[in-house]
Design a binder for this molecule. Structure first.
Ligand SMILES: NC(=O)c1ccc[n+]([C@@H]2O[C@H](COP(=O)([O-])OP(=O)(O)OC[C@H]3O[C@@H](n4cnc5c(N)ncnc54)[C@H](O)[C@@H]3O)[C@@H](O)[C@H]2O)c1
Length: 344
């Protein structure tokens, strides 16, 4: 069996899930971790039995014995030097979205992959959720005929919103909306986006920062299909890291309605009232199993590297998503639709 050595850079919430997934993946021989928070580094090292835990990501990016690197550090704006160094050192990379803060840097990463024949996967975890995979399969198989319009409305609790707005000025489109845009562009391939309109609203976070609370994005595809993706981060506090989504896909011969609001389990306690477990975006461990898509996504990346298979969510696709979310942010400022001129 081909086994690989994996480095995880940034082992917080998401990096911790990915490190734990690698630790029990039989295709992974050694796990190496870079984490600058000493207490977290110690805890994740003990949890995963990592071969090495360091505070210096450069050691991981440069290490000749490491085949693949997962980059999950924050803030997002400071991650590109890590991605570039890992690619320049010949490592395959899985990076949380966005690949880089700018399109130019994203293109640089793609060029490095092309030169080095490397994989650059992007953490679009929704693609690995069976409900979302089903929608993609049904649309591509023509089960609802030609798609006419697609809606994804996603909201998360203000707990995560506060965490995100504290570390970056990225918009709801770039942070949460990017997952929905990636998902819908994937479902609608080979159609391409041609026009984007967006509006933001801010009544809560905007009192203390210039972060909006919610953003709607409307996209027209080149065959006339419309997309509407909403992303907000001010739901009241609920189950830790609660997220909820509604999905409606309407086609010429049918419709798909998917409830992703996580109401299937209700836990009601005297201390905390009603809560909805297993409702975070990446998922969460439950004793010996993992409920959610992030472990499957991590395992997919490990297999792709070990067996030299393609990755599902590529940096080129993420670059297209970035074109859409940047156009959305521009449209939200100007109040005008933005035409996309793509050189694909
Ligand atoms: N795919 C999904 O479903 C999903 C869900 C949530 C978050 N995310 C994304 O995952 C990323 C990580 O989010 P998070 O919530 O885990 O963040 P987090 O803040 O919990 O974790 C980031 C970790 O990186 C560490 N770090 C920062 N700089 C570092 C450096 N230079 N070297 C090593 N470690 C460093 C921090 O100490 C922290 O432990 C974000 O980009 C976020 O948008 C993805």
């Amino acid at each position: 069996m081909t086994r690989i050595n994996v480095g995880v850079i940034g082992a917080g919430w998401v990096g911790g899930i990915r490190a734990n997934a690698c630790a029990i993946n039989p295709l992974v021989d050694e796990l190496h971790i870079a984490e600058i928070d000493n207490a977290r580094a110690e805890a994740i090292g003990a949890e995963t039995g990592a071969a090495r835990v360091t505070a210096d990501w450069k050691v991981i990016a440069a290490s000749p014995q490491i085949d693949a690197v997962i980059v999950a550090s924050t803030p997002e704006s400071q991650r590109f030097p890590i991605v570039r160094a890992a690619l320049e050192a010949g490592k395959h990379v899985l990076v949380e979205k966005p690949v880089a803060p700018t399109p130019e840097e994203t293109d640089e990463a793609i060029a490095l992959c092309d030169v080095g024949d490397l994989k650059l996967a992007v953490g679009y975890t929704r693609r690995f959720d069976p409900k979302y995979a089903f929608i993609n399969k049904a649309i591509k198989a023509g089960e609802i005929g030609e798609p006419v319009t697609c809606l994804v409305s996603r909201n998360i609790t203000r707990e995560i919103g506060a965490k995100i707005k504290g570390r970056s000025r990225m918009s709801p489109a770039a942070m949460g909306g990017t997952h929905s845009i990636d998902f819908l562009l994937w479902c609608l391939q080979p159609r391409l986006p041609v026009k984007v309109y967006s509006q933001q609203s801010g009544k809560l976070f905007s009192r203390v920062s210039n972060t909006p609370d919610h953003q709607w994005i409307m996209v027209t595809m080149d065959d006339g299909t419309t997309i509407t993706a909403g992303s907000g981060w001010v739901l009241p506090l609920g189950y830790p890291q609660y997220s909820q989504s509604w999905i409606e896909i309407v086609g010429t011969n049918g419709a798909l309605t998917v409830d992703d609001t996580h109401r299937e389990i209700r836990l009601n306690t005297a201390a905390d009232g009603i809560r909805y477990p297993l409702s975070s975006m990446p998922g969460e461990p439950v004793d010996h199993v993992f409920a959610g898509a992030m472990v499957d996504e991590t395992n997919h990346f490990v297999s792709a590297v070990a067996f030299n298979r393609p990755v599902l969510a590529t940096a080129r696709e993420a670059r297209l998503v970035m074109d859409v979310t940047m156009a959305a942010d521009l449209s939200a400022i100007t109040g005008e639709p933005v035409d996309l001129i793509l050189d694909t």
